[in-house]
Write a protein that binds this ligand. Structure first.
Ligand SMILES: [Zn+2]
Ligand SMILES: [Zn+2]
Length: 166
């Protein structure tokens, strides 16, 4: 009997953790990739002068994936200028967990957009704060451009730890 109480307490702790820290968090920063070999050749005068793109050094923690009891999607809201998340309760939870977790329904997307250039159909969701549209970023490898300066320098800051929680 006592063991069962312990187990339930443990599950509740997990549930609380999953609510707050679902998924895997990465510290990301707009920075130049390290170990870029320096070119020694003289630049050709006929080509346009490529000034080195200066990364803006914007940094943010970005989380991907859901937790044990929650699904979560990630996006960037251009109006709020921050990464935003939508989460909802997983469908097939054990009955005893369903009673303990506050049920959050799956958010309804605002709609779908077809990209004629790539053929992709992209789902647009409403930002939880401003209700403006944002696109889901499905995985880390889909996040390449810095949301602030739009240069392709947005990478995981390897000097900081990756937070893996589930
Ligand atoms: Zn940037
Ligand atoms: Zn917003």
């Amino acid at each position: 009997m006592k063991k069962r109480v312990m187990t339930i307490t443990f599950i509740i702790c997990l549930a609380t953790a999953a609510t707050i820290y679902a998924g895997t968090g990465y510290f990301m920063k707009c920075q130049l990739a390290p170990q870029k070999p320096q070119k020694t050749d003289k630049p050709d005068k006929t080509t346009k002068t490529d000034k080195p793109e200066n990364p803006c050094e914007y940094e943010s923690q970005v989380t991907f994936g859901g937790g044990m009891f929650f699904n979560q999607i990630t996006g960037y809201c251009c109006s709020c200028k921050k990464f935003v998340y939508l989460s909802w309760t997983k469908e097939n939870l054990p009955a005893e967990m369903k009673d303990r977790i506050k049920h959050k329904p799956r958010p309804k997307p605002l709609g779908e957009i077809w990209n004629s250039k790539t053929g992709e159909v992209m789902t647009v969701y409403a930002c939880p704060k401003c209700k403006g549209p944002f696109l889901e970023i499905k995985k880390l490898s889909d996040l390449k451009h810095c949301p602030v300066c739009n240069k392709s320098h947005f990478v995981v800051d390897k000097s900081k730890p990756r937070i893996a929680i589930d």
